[in-house]
Design a protein around this ligand. Structure first.
Ligand code: NAP
Length: 250
């Protein structure tokens, strides 16, 4: 059977990398994007190939529309098909109160986490929608439980950017439901990845784990399994869903 093709943004590390490997194990070929870390992206390519999939890594900044257009052009040129998009790339900033935010901080947050995801969704719809001559497909947005909780005193901007992604999930799901595309989101809680160190809190998972009802952080693999399920034909009637994966922290 021909392997389907998934584009996973920000898949050189963390949840995206785990999703690439999990997808390869379940029969997908993968295009993965990253920002800087070529060596890590190359390791994920090797892991996908180890599981029998084909993989292509493309550097593409989520904040730059021209680079995202080039990313999709690379998908077209290399595989000639697209069956799923995982809008996974995302960033946090250092903990700060809203009263201290600069416009530069807000623009970076929304450009990467929200506008970049919209551009990718647009390009995926243009390729997958039956109304555009496509064969249908799936979009999975990687939101955050912060969109429910608001992240006060930490990063309300990040929570708001992910809240916008949730609303995009609901609206786009209805917009393209009759065009063969399902659109869902996962909302991870406290997951052990590098993202916490990038926000200046390398010990965040250990520090906050006791406050999670399940009393632990989650793993990237535990999120990846849900993403790949939502991408796959195993969830044919699921669209417009926001799936919380947060150990009960709701
Ligand atoms: P991570 O470990 O920090 O990895 C981030 C990935 O995104 C890397 O592949 C990175 O590429 C890429 N990336 C960062 N900025 C980018 C940009 N401007 N353009 C393109 N790629 C970019 O993050 P993670 O924890 O796996 O997070 C993945 C997603 O899950 C994010 O959307 C995040 O908001 C969400 N999430 C995470 C948690 C958590 O606790 N970890 C909780 C809720 C939601 P390089 O390797 O090249 O830097």
């Amino acid at each position: 059977m021909q392997r389907k093709v998934a584009l996973i943004t920000g898949a050189s590390r963390g949840i995206g990398a785990a999703t690439a490997v999990c997808a390869a194990q379940q029969g997908w070929n993968v295009v993965l994007s990253y920002q800087h870390n070529h060596a890590a992206a190359h390791r994920v390519v090797q892991a996908v190939e180890h599981h029998g999939g084909q993989a292509l890594a493309v550097q593409a900044d989520m904040a730059d529309e021209a680079q995202l257009m080039a990313l999709f052009a690379a998908v077209d040129a290399h595989f000639g098909q697209l069956d799923a998009l995982v809008n996974n790339a995302g960033v946090v900033d250092v903990a700060q109160k809203v009263a201290d935010y600069s416009v530069a901080r807000l623009e970076r947050m929304f450009r990467i986490n929200t506008i970049g995801a919209f551009v990718c969704a647009r390009e995926a719809v243009r390729r997958m929608s039956t109304a555009h001559g496509g064969r249908g497909g799936a979009i999975v947005n990687v939101s955050s439980i912060a969109a429910r909780l608001g992240a006060p005193g930490q990063y309300v901007d990040y929570a708001a950017a992910k809240g916008a992604l949730d609303v995009m999930t609901l609206g786009l799901a209805k917009e393209v439901a009759a065009e063969g595309i399902r659109v869902n989101a996962v909302r991870p809680g406290l997951i052990a990845t590098d993202i916490h160190a990038s926000g200046g809190q390398p010990d965040r998972v250990q520090r906050l784990a006791p406050h999670v009802p399940m009393q632990r952080g989650g793993s990237a693999h535990e999120v990846a399994q849900a993403i790949v399920w939502l991408m796959s034909d195993a969830s044919p009637y699921t669209t417009g869903s926001l799936l919380d994966i947060s150990g009960g922290n709701l």
